[in-house]
Design a protein around this ligand. Structure first.
Ligand code: UT7
Length: 328
């Protein structure tokens, strides 16, 4: 029996109305628009209101993806929500999304792989579809990172934003869909990017909250170097496995962590900047949501045509990294 190919049938995205500009940050922390723009490329990021929560944006993005895929929520077999900022500890955000979508046939679970979560989800979805266990899989990347940002720490608070992106995967004809996907992690680098509070080890008490243990902490400069090398290496691996070269790539959507990371990885891969997507100026770093938001923006802008080769690569806390190459 020939293997079933898995591809993306529909995409969607959603984010809060609230905007936090560099000028707003200048008023609350010792930073400047000039520093943020030249060191990161970020001009603004979306910020959820106190009464907004992750699954609301995930549901908005998912509804768009489901409609564009032309399927009914009742046909979805599996819901994977990549997030490090869930609505609550239990149940998973994926289960809360399932209930809202009335996708009652599906199994649902979260993926905790930080910025690589969406591509981890594509990898699992691809395997489930190719293996015959699922026909339609909803993969979501959704975050409200601004809830876990310490607005007295200028080295992290200027970077992160909120939002969600989603994709419906299903069977596609031979030669299309996922051509190669790889996911990796290395837990020895835990302290490069982490939030120690809130779990069974770090605890969640008045003391840990006052100390800000639940806030993201990052060794930005070290993360930068590993991110560039890992994203370039794993991108080369998937291209090689798919029998493709950098010049075959019509569109490269890297995780949006820093414009300088995007530029360095694209240069190492020799993918011309005209074929690289960047939305970091408008969204900042939205972790697992950055790639699916970018993908859907490209679809909406008509930047993705049938037959195009699309490369996506990510790097995040864990540390985790991944890449996928697909033919649209
Ligand atoms: O999405 C998951 C993965 N995350 C990433 O990939 C992020 C990777 N890292 C980065 O994007 C960059 O390392 C940062 C944007 C976080 C920092 O940029 P950098 O060029 O690596 O700066 P740095 O940390 O080496 O700091 C340089 C200087 C320091 O001042 P001194 O010690 O040279 O006087 C910082 O204190 O810039 C200072 N600085 C700031 N100045 C103004 C750090 N943050 C700020 C700020 N405004 N917001």
């Amino acid at each position: 029996m020939s293997k079933v190919n898995a591809g993306i049938l529909g995409t969607g995205h959603s984010y809060p109305k609230g905007v936090l500009t560099n000028a707003d940050l200048e008023k609350i922390v010792d930073t400047s628009d000039e520093w943020i723009t030249t060191r990161t490329g970020i001009k603004q990021r979306r910020k959820a209101a106190p009464d907004e929560y992750t699954s609301q944006f995930a549901v908005g993005a998912s509804r768009e993806a489901i409609e564009r895929a032309g399927i009914d929520p009742a046909e979805i077999d599996l819901i994977l929500c990549a997030t490090v900022t869930p609505d609550q500890i239990l149940p998973s955000t994926a289960c809360l999304i399932q209930a809202e979508l009335e996708a009652h046939k599906a199994a649902a679970m979260d993926i905790v792989a930080a910025c690589s979560g969406f591509l981890y989800g594509l990898s699992i979805a691809g395997a489930m579809i190719s293996g015959g266990q699922s026909k339609y899989v909803l993969v979501i990347g959704a975050e409200i990172l601004t809830r876990y940002v310490d607005y007295t720490d200028r080295s992290t608070c200027v970077l992160f934003g909120d939002g969600a992106g989603a994709a419906i995967l299903g069977p596609v004809e031979s030669g299309r869909g996922i051509l190669s996907v790889k996911i990796r992690s290395d837990g020895r680098y835990e302290k490069q990017l982490y939030a120690p509070g809130g779990g069974t080890k770090g605890g969640f008490t008045a003391e840990t909250i006052a100390r800000g243990d639940h806030f993201f902490k990052m060794k930005g400069h070290e993360v930068f170097k590993i991110a560039v090398r890992s994203m370039a290496d794993i991108s080369r691996e998937v291209l090689c496995e798919a029998g493709l070269k950098a010049e075959d790539v019509d569109l490269f959507i890297p995780h949006q962590a820093n414009q300088r990371i995007t530029d360095a990885v694209s240069e190492m891969l020799k993918v011309d900047s005209s074929r690289v997507y960047s939305n970091i100026a408008m969204h900042g770093n939205t972790s697992s949501a950055s790639i699916p938001i970018g993908l859907d923006e490209c679809v909406e802008a008509g930047r993705v045509r049938q037959g195009d080769v699309i490369l996506m690569a990510s790097f995040g806390g864990g540390v985790t990294w991944s890449a996928v190459v697909m033919r649209w």
